[in-house]
Design a protein around this ligand. Structure first.
Ligand SMILES: [Fe+2]
Length: 398
C-alpha cells in the first residue's frame, strides 16, 4: 500500500500531517479495482502561461520546478510546472496559434484541462476503466529520458476535462520526460512563509443540470470511488439559487471530488453562470489545504488576492455561534478575514473562497484548514451562495 506520493515525500509531509490536512484514511489497494495513490498534477490551459506562472509564484508563493516550450523542442505551447508542498500545477499557454491549448482556452477560458492522478498500475486502471465503458483518450505508454521511464494514460471525464493516470515509480526527473528543471526567478520576501498551502484537498466539478448522478456513477463504476457522507439537496438553497451536490472519494480519501449540478431556482444559479461562461462542465474550484489559514489569508490579501465577502450577519448569528462551538481562534479573528467555519460530529473546518481567478466567472480557489472535520462546509453553503449572488449581481448575471 502506497501511503505517500513522491511529491508528498518531497514536501516532507508525513501520513499524520496528511491525515490532519486532508482527512486521509487507511485503505487496502489490493482489493481496489482502480487504486489511486493521490493527486499527480492539475493541468491548466491559460491565455498567458508566462504571466500566470509569475502570479502563481509571486502571489500564491508557488515554486517553479520545470518547464517545457520551444527551447526544449515543444513548439506547440509553453508549460510551467509549479509546486507548493505536495500541490503540483502545470500551466499551459499556446505558442502556436493552432495549438489545442488555444482551442481549449478560446472555448473555456482560463481553466483546468486535466486532473492527473498518481496510480501504482496504469494498465490495471485502464483495463478496468475500459471494461466499464470509459473513453480512453491516451493508451498506456512509456516515455523515457535520462531520469528514467514514466508510464501514463488518460481517460475522459466531465466536459473537456480528463484524468491522466501516472505511474512515477520508475521516474526521478523534475516532472515528465520533455520537461526540463527550471527554478524560480521570483525571490520570496524574507518574512514571508515558505509556502501558503501544502496539499490539494478536493477538486469540485460542475456538471450539467440533471447529470450529477451520472457522474457520481461514473466515478463509482469506472474509478471505484465511493460516496462520502456529505450530500446537498434542494433543502439548502437561497431564494434564488440552489445546487445539488454529492461527493465521491478514492479509497484512501486522498482524492475527493464533490460534484455539483444546478437546481432550478428563480434566477440563474452560480452553477448556471459557470456552465454558461465555461461553455459546459468543468472544474469549479480547487481546495488547497493549509495549516494556518489566518496567515495564508493575510499574506494573499496583502498581495492583492480578493476573497468573497462574508456578511457580518454570518458571524453575529447566535445559531452559528452555537453550531461552531470553540475553534482555535476568537471568532473576531475569523470575521476580520471573512473566514467561514463549519462543524460536524468529527470536528470543524475553516474555509474561505477567492473570487474567480481569470476573466470569466468560472474557476476559483478555496483555502481550507481542517480540524477533524471530513466535510466540505455544507453548513456554509447558504452563506456562501448569498455572497456569490451579490457578486453575480454586480456582474449583471442574474
Ligand atoms: Fe470546496
Amino acid at each position: 500500500m502506497n501511503i505517500l506520493t513522491d511529491s508528498e515525500r518531497l514536501a516532507e509531509l508525513d501520513a499524520e500531517q496528511l491525515h490532519r490536512l486532508v482527512g486521509l484514511v487507511e485503505h487496502d489497494d489490493a482489493r481496489d479495482p482502480f487504486p489511486v495513490t493521490g493527486w499527480d498534477a492539475v493541468v491548466w490551459a491559460v491565455g498567458n502561461a508566462t504571466q500566470a506562472a509569475l502570479v502563481f509564484q509571486a502571489v500564491y508563493g508557488m515554486e517553479l520546478i520545470a518547464y517545457s516550450g520551444p527551447e526544449t523542442g515543444n513548439r506547440d505551447h509553453q508549460a510551467y510546472v509549479l509546486r507548493s508542498g505536495a500541490v503540483r500545477f502545470e500551466l499551459r499557454g499556446a505558442v502556436d496559434p493552432d495549438s489545442p491549448v488555444a482551442d481549449h482556452h478560446r472555448a473555456h477560458g482560463d481553466g483546468v484541462v486535466d486532473i492527473a492522478l498518481e496510480v501504482p498500475d496504469v494498465d490495471r486502471c485502464i483495463a478496468h476503466a475500459r471494461a466499464q465503458g470509459a473513453t480512453v483518450l491516451v493508451e498506456p505508454h512509456d516515455e523515457s529520458d535520462e531520469h528514467g521511464t514514466l508510464r501514463s494514460a488518460a481517460i475522459a471525464t466531465y466536459g473537456e476535462t480528463r484524468h491522466t493516470l501516472v505511474d512515477r515509480s520508475r521516474y526521478t526527473g523534475p516532472y515528465r520526460p520533455g520537461y526540463v528543471a527550471r527554478s524560480s526567478t521570483v525571490v520570496r520576501p524574507e518574512a514571508a512563509p515558505v509556502r501558503l498551502f501544502q496539499a490539494l484537498d478536493h477538486v469540485v466539478g460542475n456538471v450539467e443540470l440533471g447529470r450529477m448522478d451520472e457522474w457520481v456513477d461514473f466515478y463509482h463504476r469506472i474509478m471505484g470511488f465511493s460516496n462520502m457522507a456529505e450530500f446537498v439537496g434542494d433543502d439548502i438553497a437561497t431564494e434564488y439559487s440552489a445546487l445539488m451536490s454529492k461527493v465521491v472519494a478514492s479509497g484512501n480519501h486522498r482524492v475527493k471530488f464533490p460534484l455539483n449540478e444546478p437546481s432550478p431556482g428563480r434566477r440563474k444559479s452560480q452553477i448556471d453562470e459557470f456552465l454558461e461562461f465555461h461553455r459546459g462542465p468543468g472544474a469549479q474550484h480547487l481546495a488547497l489545504a493549509t495549516g494556518d489559514i489566518l496567515t495564508t489569508v493575510d499574506v494573499l490579501r496583502a498581495r492583492g488576492v480578493q476573497f468573497l465577502e462574508t456578511p457580518a450577519a454570518y458571524y453575529e448569528d447566535p445559531e452559528l455561534r452555537a453550531r461552531i462551538g470553540e475553534v482555535r481562534v476568537p471568532v473576531s479573528e475569523l470575521q476580520s478575514r471573512g473566514i467561514l467555519v463549519d462543524r460536524d460530529e468529527d470536528g470543524y473546518l475553516l474555509q474561505i473562497f477567492t473570487k474567480p481567478l481569470g476573466d470569466r466567472p468560472t474557476v476559483f480557489f478555496e483555502f481550507i484548514e481542517r480540524h477533524g472535520s471530513l466535510g466540505f462546509g455544507k453548513g456554509n453553503f447558504k452563506a456562501l451562495f448569498e455572497a456569490i449572488e451579490r457578486e453575480q449581481e454586480r456582474r449583471g448575471n442574474v
